[in-house]
Design a protein around this ligand. Structure first.
Ligand SMILES: Cc1ncc(COP(=O)(O)O)c(C=O)c1O
Length: 487
C-alpha cells in the first residue's frame, strides 16, 4: 500500500466492507460479544511477525488482515454488550476518527487546525450553556463575555480531573506552580470518588492521603450532613481544604450525589467545588433526567466525558470552569515558540491544556450531533436510562435475583441469590459468562458484597436480552453449584 489517494481508496473500501459486516453481525447479535484468546494466539492469527518483517499490506490482503483483527475485539455494538461505561459509538464518530487520521490536525494551535479548533470552542460553549455558564446567545458566539465560563476538551476524564485539581490548587495556592504544593492542602471527596482523583493528587505531589473521605451511605451516595464535621476536623488539624469533590454520578452504582446541598456547603465556606460528571453529566441534555444534576451550576469545575454517554469513540472529554479566567491560571508554563503575542486570526487553546499535541477531539462529538441533533442525543439518554429501570424491574421480579437499589442512570447492580450471599460465587458467574462470550457484563463491590453490574450503553439491548442473560446465569450457577466454583 503506497501513501497515496488511490491506494487509500482501495484499502479503505475493503476495510469499510469488513467493518460494515462486523457492525451488522454485532448489532444483529449473530456473533459472540467476545472470544477470549491469549496474546500469543492473537499475534499468530494476525501474523504480526510477518507484517513487521515484510510489510506489503494492500487492498487484497487487507481483507484477511482486518478480519483477523476484528475477530479478536470486544463487539461493543452487540445488544449483549452490557459491560463498561464505554460508548457504543455512533458510526458518525468513527468517520470523524478516519478524517482526523488522514489530515492530522492537532488543533490546540489555531493555525494547525482551524476547523477543529472552532468546533471545540463551539462545543465548549454548548456544554457551558447546559450548565448555565454561557452568556452568549448561540454557541458560535466566540466573544469573551463577562460572566462566561470556559473549558477545554481533553484526552479523557482522568486528564480532565487532573486539570480541574490543578485549577483548584491555582485558586488556593497560586504560587504552587513555581514553589511547589504546600503540604497542608487536602481534598474532601466522596468515599466513592473515581480513582483518577487520587491519581491526580499523587501526580501533583500531594499524595493520595491528601483525600479526606466524606461519608457515603450504604449505596455509596455522599452524605452532605457529614461535610461540616469533616471540614472542621481538617481545619482543626491545620489543613487547608483545596476542593470538595462530588460525583454526578458514581462509577460503581450510577447514583448521583446530592449536588445542590454539597454546592451550598461549598458556597457557605468559600470552597472550590468540583463535580465529576464523567458519566452522568450527559443527563443535562434530557428534560426528564436533568433533575439529578440540580445544583451543578454551583460548582467551580465540572468534567464530562463524551466518550461515555454522548456516543463518541474514545477519547473526548471536557473540563469546564465557571469562570473562564481559570483557564489562564491553571497551567502557567511558558514556551516562547508557542505562547507569543500574535495578531493572527483565531484562538490557541495550547496554554490551557495538559497536552501539547492534541487531536481534534470535538470533531467526533460534532459528527454525532450533526447526525442525530441535540434531540437525538437527548433521546438516547432517555432511552438508556428508562430501559435500565425496566431491566431492574425484570431482574428484581425474579425470585432468584435481587437488585440493591432502583437505578437513577443506566448502571444497574444485581445479585444471583438462590444459593445465598457469596462474593466468590458472583465473581465465578461473571468469569464464566466472559469465558462463554455470549454476554459481557462487569461486577463491583458495595459494603463488602459483590454484585454483578450492567451498564446499558446500547439502545438495542431490550428486556428479552436481559431475560436471556438471566437464563444463562441460572444455568451457569447450577453448573458451578454442581462442579464447584474452582473447577
Ligand atoms: C466518574 C468517573 N470519573 C472519571 C473517569 C475517568 O475517565 P476516563 O476513563 O475518560 O479517563 C471515569 C471512568 O470510568 C469515571 O467513571
Amino acid at each position: 500500500m503506497k501513501n497515496n489517494a488511490n491506494d487509500f481508496k482501495a484499502v479503505t473500501n475493503t476495510v469499510i466492507n469488513e467493518l460494515s459486516e462486523y457492525l451488522t453481525e454485532s448489532q444483529n447479535g449473530t456473533i459472540k460479544t467476545i472470544t477470549q484468546r491469549s496474546p500469543e494466539e492473537i499475534a499468530e492469527q494476525m501474523q504480526l511477525e510477518k507484517w513487521l518483517k515484510e510489510g506489503g499490506l494492500d487492498s487484497q490482503s487487507a481483507t484477511g488482515f482486518t478480519q483477523s483483527y476484528l475477530a479478536n475485539t470486544q463487539h461493543i455494538h452487540h445488544p449483549h454488550y452490557i459491560g463498561h461505561q464505554v460508548a457504543v459509538p455512533h458510526v458518525a464518530s468513527g468517520i470523524a476518527d478516519l478524517i482526523h487520521g488522514v489530515i492530522n490536525n492537532p488543533m490546540s494551535i489555531y493555525e494547525m487546525g482551524p476547523a477543529g479548533a472552532t468546533i471545540e470552542r463551539f462545543l465548549i460553549n454548548w456544554m457551558l450553556d447546559m450548565i448555565g455558564w454561557f452568556k452568549g446567545d448561540r454557541p458560535s458566539d466566540f466573544k469573551f463575555r463577562k460572566g462566561n465560563g470556559g473549558g477545554i476538551l481533553t484526552h479523557g476524564g482522568s486528564v480532565a480531573n487532573l486539570t480541574a485539581m490543578c485549577a483548584a490548587r491555582a485558586a488556593i495556592a497560586p504560587d504552587s506552580w513555581t514553589q511547589g504544593t504546600p503540604n497542608n492542602l487536602v481534598v474532601l471527596a466522596s468515599e466513592e470518588a473515581h480513582y483518577s482523583i487520587a491519581r491526580a493528587l499523587s501526580i501533583m505531589g500531594m499524595g493520595q492521603n491528601s483525600i479526606i473521605p466524606v461519608k457515603v451511605n450504604e449505596l455509596k451516595v455522599m452524605q452532605p450532613e457529614y461535610l461540616l464535621e469533616t471540614y472542621q476536623n481538617a481545619i482543626d488539624q491545620g489543613k487547608k481544604v483545596m476542593a470538595v469533590v462530588a460525583n454526578g454520578c458514581t462509577t460503581a452504582t450510577g447514583l448521583y450525589d446530592p449536588l445542590e446541598d454539597i454546592g451550598r456547603f461549598c458556597q457557605e465556606h468559600g470552597l472550590w467545588y468540583h463535580i465529576d460528571g464523567a458519566h452522568g453529566a450527559s443527563a443535562l441534555l434530557s428534560t426528564k433526567e436533568k433533575h439529578f444534576l440540580k445544583g451543578i451550576e454551583l460548582a467551580d469545575s465540572v468534567i464530562w466525558d463524551a466518550h461515555k454517554m454522548l456516543r463518541t469513540s474514545s477519547l473526548c472529554a471536557a473540563v469546564l470552569f465557571k469562570d473562564f479566567k481559570t483557564l489562564g491560571t491553571t497551567f502557567q508554563q511558558k514556551g516562547s515558540y508557542l505562547f507569543h503575542n500574535k495578531e493572527d486570526i483565531g484562538f490557541d487553546s495550547l496554554p490551557y491544556t495538559l497536552e501539547c499535541t492534541k487531536a481534534g477531539l470535538g470533531t467526533k462529538l460534532f459528527w454525532v450531533l450533526a447526525a442525530e441533533g441535540e434531540k437525538g442525543l437527548a433521546q438516547y439518554i432517555d432511552d438508556t436510562y428508562l430501559n435500565t429501570r425496566q431491566f431492574h424491574d425484570v431482574i428484581n421480579a425474579h425470585p432468584d435475583f435481587s437488585c440493591p437499589y432502583f437505578p437513577e442512570s443506566n448502571i444497574l447492580c444485581f445479585e444471583y441469590t438462590k444459593f445465598g450471599q457469596n462474593n466468590e460465587f458472583q465473581l465465578a458467574i461473571r468469569n464464566e459468562l466472559t469465558k462463554q462470550g455470549e454476554f459481557y457484563i462487569t461486577s463491583t463491590e458495595m459494603n463488602g458484597i459483590r454484585y454483578l453490574r450492567l451498564t446499558v450503553m446500547n439502545t438495542l439491548t431490550k428486556s428479552n436480552h436481559i431475560e436471556a442473560l438471566m437464563n444463562e446465569i441460572i444455568k451457569i450457577a447450577q453448573l458451578l453449584k454442581t462442579t464447584g466454583i474452582n473447577n
